[in-house]
Design a protein around this ligand. Structure first.
Ligand SMILES: [Fe+2]
Length: 121
């Protein structure tokens, strides 16, 4: 199932980049400065980063599911924070949250398919 998982993760990566773009633009609109260096991302990340050191598909899926669940949690908190205060940011965060929920679901179903395949062998 490596190809199916790789395609899904590539699609997710494209969407994550779009999220970063939407958020950076909104930060600039609000007069802020987005963090632009990877060192700053590591310092301020909410979810951390697990390098994919174990190539086993099940482990890659587990790492990414954990990342999506953390992202969902962070965006839900952000949504609460801007609710009734900033409708533009609220809409952006809601759009991103909907995609993160989809990502998590997609990866969970790939993980379930993998379990079924492994059970047959
Ligand atoms: Fe995601």
């Amino acid at each position: 199932m490596k190809d199916a998982v790789a395609s899904e993760l590539l699609l997710h990566a494209t969407e994550e980049l779009a999220h970063a773009d939407m958020l950076a633009l909104r930060i600039i609109q609000l007069g802020g400065t987005p963090l632009i260096s990877p060192e700053e991302w590591f310092k301020h990340t909410h979810c951390g980063y697990d390098a994919p050191t174990d190539p086993f598909v099940k482990e890659i899926l587990a790492q990414n599911i954990k990342g999506e669940q953390c992202a969902i949690d962070v965006y839900q908190k952000l949504l609460e924070l801007v609710k009734d205060k900033d409708p533009v940011t609220y809409n952006i965060v809601l759009t991103i949250l909907e995609q993160e929920v989809e990502h998590e679901e997609d990866l969970q179903s790939l993980d379930e398919d993998l379990d079924l395949l492994m059970a047959r062998q």
